[in-house]
Design a protein around this ligand. Structure first.
Ligand code: GLA
Length: 413
């Protein structure tokens, strides 16, 4: 097994063979009509198997890139301007590259291109813009990191157009900053996953010091990404909720006198930390929110280490139990679930799944469901009959995805 502090091993492939790449290339040609040879990046979405709402506290997480991807075809432009079109239901956008860009109204997709420009120019001098076309089969606002994939795609395109060779560490530094421009102070998990994942594996991401470790997923495990049919629009109202959870966890940590969560977990067992938090809450040194955030973060940190053992020993029932416990903690302690997500998780378990939990920021979006590959079709059928039959907008190709552990970013030029 290879563990590495290196992030992006850009895999050069003939991306233009993909129909979505072809769509992006044709759109780009319509946009610029230029004869310059275009470049392509393809950036996947991700599911997080376990380790939720702890990356921003620098605790290890275990995401997995999936086969659904965003494609960006682009050509560098001599003018300091970005023009972007999308094959989806998004209007063409254009803006001039400047030092301090003003965000467009919340929810406008151009903000991801602006965030990328802001992230790149926070460290380097941009002298050239891009014409860019996007095509994707990765659903938006589903907790599958489509926003991180889009931000990464625009960032990589601007870097290449400006002939800037960013190191892995630099990329991981600037991308979360870019997200902040869109409104959410996320952690580094999504960017690490969409850039650094390896086909066939989940990706253990450790922070401080940064390390990536692909861990093979047993071939008889099947992960379904199931949409709750309620959206988790990160640039919308959910953003304040997300930021509040982060703050509550950080406040609890310092009120209890720890430097960081990893040293708290190194010094004490999760149950000792639970006792500490409960006492501090009873003495009103922690607010109820802070105490619950602390309980979630420390117990989830412990679960990630147990889940790694279960994955390495191919113990699917043990991994499933940890998913169930993670969901309960996200629902009852951190309070980032929703009635729809809870119903989806319960339905999956009743249908014979080994485990299920919300994945990503929560407040809607997707659940990740573990089942044996041999049970996967049955679980899909049961979910369709019991959960999705009452949701007329359900489209199996968008909302119930049998994920394949996939490679991170791919490039061709
Ligand atoms: C969002 C953020 C991630 C992570 C998850 C919750 O997806 O972008 O960095 O914090 O929420 O685990």
């Amino acid at each position: 097994m290879r563990c590495s502090a290196n992030l992006v091993e850009l895999i050069l492939v003939n991306l233009s063979l993909s129909p979505l790449a072809d769509r992006a290339l044709r759109l780009l040609h319509e946009l610029s009509g230029s004869s310059a040879a275009p470049s392509l990046f393809s950036v996947p979405g991700r599911v997080n198997l376990i380790g939720e709402h702890i990356d921003y506290h620098n605790l290890p997480v275990l995401p997995m890139a999936i086969q659904r991807r965003i494609w960006i075809a682009f050509t560098p432009q001599p003018e300091m301007r970005v023009r972007a079109v999308s094959a989806g239901a998004y209007e063409p956008r254009e803006f001039v590259l400047a030092k301090d860009l003003e965000p467009s109204p919340s929810g406008d997709w151009v903000n991801y291109a602006k965030a990328a420009a802001q992230a790149v120019s926070s460290r380097w001098r941009i002298t050239r813009g891009i014409d860019a076309a996007i095509a994707a089969d990765l659903p938006a606002a589903a907790g599958l990191a489509s926003s991180s994939a889009l931000l990464a795609a625009f960032t990589l395109a601007l870097l290449e157009a400006n002939r800037i060779a960013a190191t892995e560490a630099e990329l991981l530094d600037i991308l979360p900053e870019g997200e902040q421009f869109v409104g959410t102070r996320g952690g580094g998990m999504d960017h690490a996953a969409v850039l650094g994942a390896r086909a066939g594996s989940a990706l253990l991401v450790r922070f401080a010091p940064f390390q990536l470790c692909p861990i093979p997923v047993p071939p008889d495990w099947c992960f379904l990404a199931a949409h709750s049919m309620t959206t988790a629009e990160k640039s919308g109202a959910v953003r304040a909720e997300y930021n509040a959870r982060r703050l509550a966890g950080a406040r609890a940590l310092s009120a209890l006198g720890f430097d960081c969560y990893s040293s708290a977990l190194a010094q004490h067992s999760a149950s000792q930390l639970e006792a500490l938090a409960r006492r501090a809450a009873a003495e009103e040194r922690l607010t109820p929110e802070e105490s619950r955030a602390f309980l979630h973060v420390t117990s989830e940190g412990a679960r990630v280490e147990q889940a790694l053992d279960a994955l390495r020993t191919a113990d699917a029932p043990a991994f499933g139990h940890l998913l169930i416990a993670s969901h309960a903690s996200l629902r009852d302690q951190l309070r980032v679930s929703s009635p729809a997500l809870d119903e989806l998780v319960d339905t999956a378990l009743a249908a014979g799944a080994l485990g299920a939990r919300l994945t990503g920021a929560g407040f809607g979006g997707c659940a990740i469901i573990l089942c044996r590959a041999s049970d996967c079709s049955h679980v899909q059928q049961q979910l369709t009959a019991r959960y999705y039959s009452r949701r007329p907008a359900f489209d199996p190709s968008l909302h119930l995805i049998r994920t394949e552990p996939s490679a991170g970013v791919l490039h061709s030029s």
